[in-house]
Design a protein around this ligand. Structure first.
Ligand SMILES: [Zn+2]
Ligand SMILES: [Zn+2]
Length: 415
């Protein structure tokens, strides 16, 4: 059998980065439909390339891919040409290399994947990528794989990948899997059949989209008449007294001490709650249509100023409007032309879909304003943006009572 010596000009060419000549070497030495011969050629070239640097190796792989594409090499021969690039002749690993190390174009990788009959399915590949991602960005390589396989991930696919990831985490002790989980979660699609709307949303007769432009959000801070409850009704005293931790309760038997020590905005939240719940009760709990509470959610005012995202920057911080705390990490002030940013469509707790902003609830900050985006009270308490102490506890309970009493107008049917 004729032995070939592809190394003649190879090293020199590689040093000069003249891949064009490697292509010529390939064309010169590979024989159409002679897999055995071709395998020897590639193996020899791969051994040479491995002793050089990584770039040489990847250039060679890229050139072999170009060759396969240009020559329309048939399936079995594609396998022969590519296998030697993995030390264990694992074709799956070679395909991951193509998607991960950008050795050839997406289009050629896709051509090769479609041509090969010996590859694992996409779920196995994406699971193998947990191990083979090296330093690369998982999502980028995964996107290349999905493109090449012409596959769109279903929620079931994502479930099985999450399961496989547990095994991977166990095997590898990789502690940086957050980005992987985030990526997979982001690929989930909303399944309206399985979605259960929260219990507090409703659409009363007469409520419609026009309320979004006609219902005021509430008074500005300056104009606000400060409602004072010097003497709290008996039931409200015990209402928030229950949120005080046990040791504090035992320290002092005077229940009213706690109200006057509260920060102003919390007092105001209690006042608003009292007004609203009295109104609701006086109408025998019959829901009034189009109240600011139902359209914009409960108030948690920042004392001394209006909400940055209220209409013309006026009015109190309402749960479904407030942006005051969303950009707090960067110094820049909220720019109303940017529009709404707090509603992400996903729950900060479980990452589940929230199909409409009126289905979301948010965390009331002790100094006023609202933070986050959650699908349920359970999620809000499981991943709160702030530590929950007495003040937060009171605000959360006021908010919950408020929402339970009055509900939120369901906007999901408007779009
Ligand atoms: Zn605000
Ligand atoms: Zn959730």
């Amino acid at each position: 059998m004729k032995t070939i010596n592809p190394s003649l000009d190879y090293n020199k060419n590689m040093e000069l980065g003249r891949t064009k000549t490697i292509m010529e070497t390939l064309y010169h030495n590979l024989k159409k439909d002679d897999d055995k011969h071709n395998k020897t050629v590639i193996e020899t070239l791969v051994i040479k390339a491995r002793t050089s640097d990584e770039e040489v190796f990847f250039n060679l792989l890229g050139d072999v891919c170009d060759y396969i594409y240009q020559e329309k090499v048939k399936s079995d021969s594609v396998k022969t040409l590519l296998e030697p690039f993995d030390e264990e002749e694992d074709l799956d690993c070679v395909i991951i290399m193509l998607c991960r190390d950008f050795v050839t174009s997406n289009q050629i990788t896709k051509y090769i994947v479609q041509k090969l009959r010996y590859l694992s399915d996409i779920i196995s590949m994406l699971s193998l990528l947990f191990y083979k991602k090296n330093e690369s960005n998982y999502s980028l390589v995964a996107e290349n794989l999905l493109y090449s396989y012409e596959h769109k991930l279903t929620n079931e696919d994502i479930e099985s990948l999450m399961e496989n990831m547990k095994t991977y985490i166990n095997d590898s002790k990789d502690r940086h899997t957050d980005v992987l989980i985030k990526y997979l979660e982001s690929k989930k699609t909303f399944n309206s059949d399985k979605y259960e709307a929260p219990y507090w949303i409703s659409l009363s007769e007469g409520e419609n989209i026009s309320l979004l432009s006609s219902i005021p959000v509430g008074e500005t801070y300056d104009a606000k008449e400060l409602v004072k409850y010097d003497k709290l009704p008996e039931y409200i005293e015990s209402f928030f007294y229950e949120f005080v931790s046990k040791d504090k309760r035992d320290d002092d038997d005077d229940k009213s001490f706690f109200y006057k020590d509260l920060p102003e905005n919390i007092k105001e939240s209690i006042n608003t709650f009292l007004m609203v719940s009295n109104e609701a009760e006086s109408k025998e709990a019959k829901v009034k249509i189009g109240t600011p509470e139902r359209v914009w959610g409960p108030i948690n005012r920042i004392v001394g100023r209006d909400c940055c995202s209220g209409p013309k920057g006026k009015g109190p911080c309402r749960m479904l409007l407030c942006e005051c705390l969303e950009g707090e990490d960067d110094e820049e002030l909220y720019d109303p032309s940017v529009g709404m940013t707090w509603f992400t469509g996903k729950c900060d707790g479980c990452n589940g879909f929230i199909p409409d902003l009126s289905h979301a609830i948010r965390f009331p900050h002790r100094h006023g304003g609202w933070k986050g985006c959650y699908c349920s009270f359970e999620c809000l308490l499981s991943e709160p943006p702030y530590i929950i102490e007495d003040e937060e506890n009171i605000l959360l309970n006021i908010m919950k009572q408020n929402i339970n009493h009055i509900g939120i107008m369901d906007r999901s049917s408007f779009c």
